[in-house]
Ligand binder design. Structure first.
Ligand code: IVH
Length: 667
């Protein structure tokens, strides 16, 4: 074939295949057979192989997966990706409606399904998919383009060559989760918890093969910049996105006026819910007119023009078979309910935390009881109550243990506290939990060393203390042979371990698991002490003097850094080559933020307090909850509290919304 003909044919095939994908995955109305589709795809694959000069990122052959990235790039959202306030009953919807009417708006609403998945932002340039990002903290997300390209209902090329961002939900159809779990059960692998986690887990993979296998899907429901396209209502925005080729849930969405019609929609949806091929956990109610949306604006966290009505939590009955005890990394003992497995809202529940002895006593649980289990939208199931009327006398009383279930040491319960503790620092359970914590996301962030793998490695004796992690390469051969690990995943794991050596000190400090030192406090501390030697040389007073550190934390820190074993551990980690310095300030600096102490009051329309606080901290600022002479700047939003008055009283610099927004926009 002539080169020019090959190029033409490639373009034709891409158009045919994109259209076929659209008809099949978006319209659910295929016009060609699977065999024809496969024939075109194979022809295209062959031509692309033969003529690599015509390769294109948006070729439908790129949908099969296989692209592997080495890390997730951060993406800053031009417009924050907000979530919605949850409401649980009709009176709260009435309140929402009343608030809107009070603003002088006569609202028409669009009701939509609240899809149980994870939100995504899709960016197109001249109609071509440029990148896709997760929500992240709402301000910064992660680039997941390689995985999103494998989702067949996401157009790689739009029907018009325009620049646009759209947002929606990535989800896993119910049937796909069932199929995956059936397969996993046969292979004795742990089951995927629910559609939401399964979808999020598939998207958070570096290798796009996995996402491709998981058959994810999308519903697109939000256009962040409608005015750019002269659009006046949310419904028009939905129609517009539909016309561009996105999958919009047209048959589910409904324009309504008044509470009665909303109630009717909830009723209809509740009836349909179980027969839908995807999970929904509520409905979303949005003001239709975009002018009204603008007028209503935002609170610090949410739009004022939309709410999410969540379906009531589901309760099911099962038997409490046993109560078993686990030991956390601080030695804390937790009783856990072992339940006859039941499916609640699409996921199997086998265990539920019972928190502590008092909790079990308060609920008067007996082993053998029929108990009701509740699961709201969230993942964590809860034992609601024992059905006492169904007792038959064979139930056994709950007995709190007196010795550690792992090492046998006597447990201690401090005065006025509810928790029991194993005090044996060498207790194996404590140790493996501590190792899991060390590798966790907010600590050293070693991808691939989660709970189950770490427990295996601990039980195999490969990793029994932190420095062993860095010697895992010595067990490379054994690891490759272990069930479930391949050559590549072992390499990935060893690379992740090696990479983590360069982490900034706050991750190590948090990872060490010092009692009471969370990730935020760790960051605050490393900004002050800069290096691990700074901590080793600090006196109790040096710690106590720090704003935000009370006497208990100061004592914990001092004790930790003066314990011989801990000092030896730190020395060993130093010799392994772990970074012992705070690197943050070298990474990000802003003259107006770095080194300053901020207090936030009132609500800001463009972001929420937590996200802003994280952002300020990441630029070397510090935030605290009260104004004092040490405060450098008070950021004041709408309806500020007494902190504003105090700031004026103390003559502290004040930034209004406009000022902080212009700084954030410039970052
Ligand atoms: S609208 C500013 N519509 O629910 C508008 N969200 O708590 C933001 N969700 O983060 C979102 N279905 O991940 C919207 N039809 C729908 C939705 C939906 C599911 C998710 C989304 C969002 C969360 C809100």
């Amino acid at each position: 074939m002539e080169k020019i003909d090959a190029q033409k044919r490639i373009e034709t095939l891409r158009t045919i295949i994109n259209q076929a994908n659209y008809e099949y995955y978006v319209l659910d109305n295929p016009k060609i057979t699977d065999q024809e589709f496969d024939k075109y795809l194979r022809e295209l694959e062959n031509l692309e192989k033969e003529y690599p000069e015509f390769d294109s990122d948006t070729s439908p052959t790129k949908r099969v997966g296989g692209e592997v990235i080495d890390r997730f790039k951060k993406v800053k959202h031009q417009i924050p990706m907000l979530s919605l306030p949850d409401v649980f009953d009709i009176t709260e919807i009435e309140d929402f409606n009343t608030r809107i009417e009070k603003e002088g708006v006569k609202p028409t609403y669009v009701c939509e399904y609240k899809i149980d998945g994870l939100s995504v932002s899709l960016h197109y340039e001249k109609g071509i998919l440029l990148f896709a990002a997760t929500r992240g903290d709402g301000i910064t997300g992660e680039d997941i383009t390689h995985n999103v390209k494998t989702i067949k209902s996401v157009p790689l090329v739009l029907k018009e060559p325009i620049d646009i961002e759209v947002r929606g939900e990535i989800y896993m159809p119910k049937k796909v989760l069932e199929e995956i779990n059936l397969k996993r059960a046969k292979e004795n692998l742990p089951l995927l918890q629910n559609v939401r986690n399964a979808a999020a887990g598939s998207i958070r993979q570096l290798d796009s093969k996995i996402a491709a296998e998981r058959k994810l899907d999308t519903w697109i429901y939000h256009l962040p910049n409608p005015e750019d396209y002269g659009i006046k209502t949310h419904q028009e925005a939905l129609d517009f996105m539909d016309r561009l080729g996105f999958k919009v849930n047209k048959s589910a969405n409904k324009i309504v006026t008044g509470i009665n019609e909303i109630e009717e929609y909830i009723k209809e949806t509740t009836e349909k819910r179980n027969s839908l091929p995807y999970e929904i956990d509520g409905i979303v109610i949005k003001v239709n007119s975009l002018d009204s949306q603008k007028q209503l604006g935002f609170t610090s966290k949410y739009p004022r023009w939309a709410i999410a009505y969540k379906f009531p939590a589901m309760e099911v009955l099962t038997t409490l078979r046993d109560i078993v005890f686990t030991v956390g990394r601080t030695g804390r003992i937790t009783p856990n309910a072992v339940l006859d497995p039941v499916i609640v809202m699409g996921s199997t529940v086998k265990r539920a935390t019972l928190h502590n002895e008092d909790y079990v006593i308060m609920k008067d649980l007996k082993i053998g009881d029929i108990v009701s289990i509740r699961k709201a939208g969230d993942v964590i199931p809860e034992v609601v109550e024992a059905k006492k009327e169904r007792r038959n006398g064979t139930e056994k009383d709950f007995q709190m243990i007196t010795n550690c279930p792992i090492c046998g040491s006597p447990l201690e319960k401090k005065k006025d506290q509810v928790d029991h503790y194993c005090m044996n620092m060498a207790c194996p359970a404590r140790k493996s939990e501590a190792l899991i914590h060390y590798c966790s996301r907010k600590a050293m962030n070693i991808d691939g060393l989660g709970d189950e793998i770490m427990e295996d490695l601990f039980n195999l004796g490969f990793v029994t203390k932190i420095p062993d992690i860095y010697r895992l390469y010595e067990h490379k051969k054994d690891l490759i042979e272990l069930e479930g690990y391949g050559n590549k995943s072992v390499d990935n794991l060893l690379n992740a371990i090696e990479d983590s050596k360069g982490n900034s000190l706050e991750r190590l400090l948090f990872g060490l698991g010092i009692n009471g030192i969370g990730d935020k406090t760790a960051l605050l501390l490393v900004k002050i002490f800069k290096t691990i030697d700074g901590f080793l040389n600090a006196t109790y007073e040096d710690f106590e003097r720090i704003y935000d550190i009370g006497p208990i934390l100061a004592q914990n820190l001092y004790d930790y850094f003066h314990n011989v074993e801990n000092i030896a551990l730190i020395e060993e980690l130093k010799s392994i080559g772990i970074n012992m310095k705070y690197l943050g300030e070298n990474e990000r600096h802003h003259d107006l933020i770095s080194g300053k102490r901020f207090v936030l009051t009132g609500t800001l329309s463009f972001t929420d307090r937590d996200s802003l606080s994280n952002l300020l901290i990441s630029y070397g600022g510090a935030t605290s909850s009260s104004v004092s002479k040490k405060t450098d700047v008070v950021i004041v939003g709408e309806n500020p509290g007494s902190k504003y008055d105090k700031a004026r009283e103390l003559n502290i610099e004040i930034w209004d919304e406009e000022k902080i927004k212009s700084i954030v926009d410039s970052l």
